[in-house]
Design a protein around this ligand. Structure first.
Ligand SMILES: [Zn+2]
Length: 160
């Protein structure tokens, strides 16, 4: 990428803003050479898989759903919107990298749990409890213990 003003390639990013509904990221950039500022829009090419819901139905991948789920989990936690966006972007990148056509909704859930674990344990436990709808306290405890024991819970398998 080149500076539109002086064609220098030395650019820095001042600010990134994801627009999940549009699959876009807008970045404010500044030329290190002439200080010219401009905005770029990156469109995330949707290599996103379809999601297999628990009912077995196929659904379009919806980043906004992930975001609202995570947002509920971090409600009143001492986290910034920037941290929220970073987590969502990480999850989207992980899913994108898997290069699969289908993903079970549980796998998406586990991935969110894994990322939240790094960010905020309380938010992670909240998300897990809503997401899994555990039948009893014991199975919830077993699940949390496994996560805390650092087990990989999300295996990227493409079921076809
Ligand atoms: Zn320039």
């Amino acid at each position: 990428m080149y500076c539109p003003s002086c064609s220098s390639r030395e650019l820095r990013v001042l600010d990134s803003r994801p627009y999940f509904e549009l699959n876009q990221v807008k970045r404010r950039r500044q030329c290190c050479h002439c200080e010219y500022r401009f905005t770029t829009t990156e469109v995330i090419e949707s290599g996103m898989p379809k999601v297999i819901k628990r009912s077995g139905a196929l659904a379009e991948f919806n980043a906004e759903k992930i975001r609202s789920g995570v947002m509920r989990a971090i409600d009143k936690r001492p986290l910034t919107l920037g941290q929220l966006d970073a987590v969502i972007e990480k999850i989207l990148q992980r899913i994108n990298k898997m290069q699969v056509k289908h993903l079970r909704s549980e796998q998406v859930g586990y991935m969110i749990i894994e990322e939240l674990k790094e960010l905020d344990l309380v938010a992670m436990i909240r998300f897990a409890s809503v997401y899994h709808a555990f039948q009893d306290a014991e199975s919830f405890k077993v699940f949390i213990d496994e996560i805390l024991a650092n087990k990989q819970i999300c295996e990227p398998v493409d079921e076809e």
